[in-house]
Design a protein around this ligand. Structure first.
Ligand SMILES: Cc1ncc(COP(=O)(O)O)c(C=O)c1O
Length: 413
């Protein structure tokens, strides 16, 4: 595991004050929010941007000629430009807004998959995947008669790259891989995976739902074919997802959903499609959500994704150190590169009971399978407890977690 321990280059205490949800008591205790891999809390400026949009600019986009419609369209376009910049995509034509990462992956599996994957072909995923990067591919494989295969992990939670190299064959049409595991924190070597896949003629979809929060992402440097993430983990609102895809791929893909906005012309004999990215955005979009996501990206970029990553690495190192010293506690997942997440089990205590007792102390963690049942099956455990970090977490939060674990052990152990 690589970690950095430098003091944060931003004022965490001042930043915490920007998050209203963090200011509350839970069961009479100050909230210690360590469930950021599930969703992050929202800074005031994101909430204000959404409210401001509804108070002043609310109108339907891309078609109105009145002032509000023009302002709403400009705000929607600006959000797309913010996402383009965050991913360093070449053009806003390559940025499709969706509801979440799950929808982005389903869009690719349906629109690209149905047109390009045939009987006898293979789709390669990994054991680390979230269900949303498994089930859409399973459905595709069932529809077309292809086979879904999964690359394994080693005992630390790193991908078995030798296995991956062996499993990518001329039959492999697409490799769908997480950039960072939500359950173990493992950062996967996507640059290398993309090179290997491209050499074999396979496409690559990267699920950046966790990574886009902790790491700088450059889709052009990665040479990713598809890169997806979800806005609510990046301090943005729920209901906003992103699909990046290279322009030529999107041009060649048939649409996903049909309806208003995605068309150029419609007759009863047939329809033609709007230009990118609108071809993939049927119906009235979540404009307020896009505005909120744009504000979240501006917020994150002002602090600096490298500074955020460094702070979270320090938190992770501290969490490993402190949790590693708790008797009867086993950390699950010690990958060479990991970020933001520490999963663990405690001898004799079910993670769910642990989570419930911690909640009474105001400590919010996640317990269960983390939407990664095949991973849990592979690890031979039913569930883990997971603490996950954001830019506003502190060493004191980790100390509070460890203290609450001690009380839970006294109660349940
Ligand atoms: C790695 C990963 N992929 C995909 C998702 C799905 O995100 P959403 O439910 O917002 O579509 C998550 C959410 O936990 C995730 O952690």
């Amino acid at each position: 595991m690589t970690t950095r321990t430098a003091a944060p280059s931003f004022d965490v205490t001042a930043l915490r004050a920007e998050f209203p949800a963090l200011q509350q008591l839970v069961h009479g205790k100050p909230l210690v929010y360590l469930d950021n891999a599930a969703t992050a809390q929202k800074p005031r400026e994101v909430i204000a941007a959404i409210r401001d949009y509804y108070e002043h600019d609310n109108a339907n986009v891309n078609r109105g000629v009145h002032a509000l419609a023009e302002r709403a369209t400009a705000a929607y376009d600006a959000a797309r430009e913010a996402v383009r910049g965050h991913l360093n995509a070449g053009s806003t034509r390559e940025i499709v807004f969706t509801r979440n990462a799950t929808e982005s992956i389903n869009l690719v599996a349906r629109a690209w998959g149905d047109a390009n994957v045939r009987k006898g072909d293979e789709v390669l995923v990994t054991t680390l995947e979230h269900h949303s990067n498994i089930v859409p591919w399973q459905l595709l494989c069932e529809r077309v008669g292809a086979t879904l295969r999964a690359v394994g992990i080693d005992e630390r939670g790193d991908l078995r790259m030798d296995e991956l190299e062996r499993m990518i064959t001329p039959r492999t049409k697409i490799v769908a891989v997480t950039h960072q595991s939500n359950a173990l924190g493992t950062i996967t070597p996507v640059e290398e995976i993309i090179k290997i896949a491209h050499r074999a003629g396979a496409m690559v979809l990267v699920d950046g739902s966790q990574a886009a929060v902790h790491l700088p992402v450059d889709v052009r440097a990665l040479d990713a074919d598809f890169y997806v993430f979800t806005g609510h983990k990046l301090y943005g609102p729920m209901g906003m997802g992103v699909l990046y895809a290279r322009e030529a791929i999107l041009e060649a893909m048939p649409p996903f959903l049909g309806g208003g906005d995605m068309i150029s012309t419609v007759t009863f004999e047939g329809s033609t499609w709007n230009e990118l990215p609108h071809k993939f955005e049927a119906g009235t979009p979540n404009v307020a959500g896009a505005v909120g996501l744009g504000a979240a990206i501006a917020f994150v970029r002002r602090i600096g994704i490298d500074a955020i990553g460094a702070h979270e690495s320090a938190l992770l190192a501290r969490a490993h150190e402190r949790l590693g010293a708790v008797s009867g506690l086993k950390i699950i997942g010690t990958a060479r590169r990991k970020a933001g997440v520490v999963s663990f089990v405690m001898e004799g205590i079910h993670p769910h009971d642990l989570g419930t007792v911690l909640d009474r102390d105001g400590v919010a963690i996640r317990t269960g399978q983390h939407c990664a049942q095949p991973l849990m099956d592979c690890l031979g455990i039913p569930a883990t407890a997971r603490a996950s970090f954001a830019l506003y977490n502190t060493f004191e939060d980790i100390d509070a977690l460890v203290a609450a674990l001690g009380r839970a052990r006294a109660l349940l152990g």
